[in-house]
Design a binder for this molecule. Structure first.
Ligand code: SF4
Length: 332
């Protein structure tokens, strides 16, 4: 089977003590059962400390947060478990983060999570070109293969459009929304979707009316909020927004991560509205682009409840209707 990897993936190295945020900060790390059992039986001062800071919840074992951080975090930015016992002693989440692996049975795709500052820097500045490696293995897919084929073809088309378009990112996002409606109809049994950029843009301009940023921001204010920093940013946007070119890699990252997931429930339009809402919010909050995108990802992408609410909101919230998204994209 083929394993696909974006070029930026190979350049990732954890910057540990130099990390401006750290994956140990503000998150309750999930400890898998194997690691939890190992930690509970570990002798010596590290074992004693681990037994004190692990907590059992209804959803499994977590590390408690102390002073806003994982209690295994050391002043030098390194993890005490890794420093004393090595990488293999880390729980699964900490071994993998920020690496992503999407296994579709007959092929696998790798990526990085935007919520890690160093990964965000690479994702938003380096090539997304995919290379493939053939490895043994693979299994029968548990999805409709013709649906996956549609998703792969349409994703290829929209990524190529994003690579080549002279349009500004907000106009490109409007085209993405209109094209996705055609792909959704293709998925639902309609005709093959054609990407006609001029048609999409003309239609988008016709639908765009007056958008209300407060509607969008209050939607996000009503989701779960992890950090005080995010609460402050939502309360007072930094107001130096611009649709600079970094948005194209951001959209490509989201498309790479979420487009094929529609094979499970055929809901492509909900995911694309989620992507557009994410870009609009990052634009509106302003500040340093990479930092704002990373913070968005930490707060929203890494919280399954927030992601679910955002997907639901694509169908229920007035902030996320097609017309409102197009209005914010083209008229504000
Ligand atoms: S967030 Fe990324 S760069 Fe920072 S400590 Fe974690 S893995 Fe390393």
């Amino acid at each position: 089977m083929k394993v696909w990897t974006p070029e930026y993936y190979h350049h990732f190295r954890c910057i540990a003590g130099a990390c401006p945020d750290s994956c140990c900060k503000e998150w309750e790390v999930d400890v898998d059962d194997t690691a939890a059992a190992f930690y509970r039986n570990l002798e010596g001062p590290l074992g004693d400390r681990l037994r004190r800071v692990m907590k059992d919840t209804d959803d499994g074992t977590v590390m408690i947060i102390e002073d806003g951080r994982c209690p295994m975090w050391r002043q030098d930015g390194l993890c005490r478990i890794q420093a004393e016992l090595g990488h293999d002693a880390l729980c699964q989440v900490c071994q993998q983060f920020p690496r992503l692996r999407h296994d579709y049975g007959t092929f696998v795709e790798y990526g990085l999570e935007l919520s890690c500052p160093e990964a965000a820097r690479l994702i938003l500045s380096q090539s997304h070109k995919m290379s493939a490696e053939e490895i043994p293995g693979g299994e029968e897919p548990d999805y409709e293969e013709d649906v996956m084929q549609i998703l792969l073809e349409s994703r290829q088309r929209i990524l190529q459009f994003l690579d080549e378009t002279p349009l500004s990112p907000n106009q490109a996002l409007a085209v993405l929304l209109l094209y996705t409606h055609s792909v959704q109809s293709w998925l639902d049994g309609g005709e093959e979707a054609v990407l006609d950029v001029e048609d999409c843009l003309e239609l988008a301009k016709k639908y765009a009316a007056n958008g209300d940023w407060n509607l969008l921001v209050s939607f996000f204010q009503n989701l779960e909020i992890l950090t005080p920093n995010w609460r402050d940013r939502l309360a007072v946007p930094l107001a130096d927004s611009s649709w600079h070119t970094g948005f194209i890699p951001l959209v490509k990252y989201f498309i790479g991560r979420y487009w094929l997931q529609a094979v499970a429930d055929y809901d492509l339009i909900g995911r694309v509205k989620m992507i557009i809402a994410a870009c609009l919010l990052v634009y509106h909050l302003g500040g340093k682009f990479v930092e704002t995108a990373q913070l968005f990802s930490k707060e929203i992408e890494n919280d399954p409840d927030n992601l679910e609410s955002l997907l639901d909101g694509a169908y229920t919230s007035p902030a996320l209707t097609d017309i409102h998204l197009l209005s914010l994209l083209l008229n504000c």
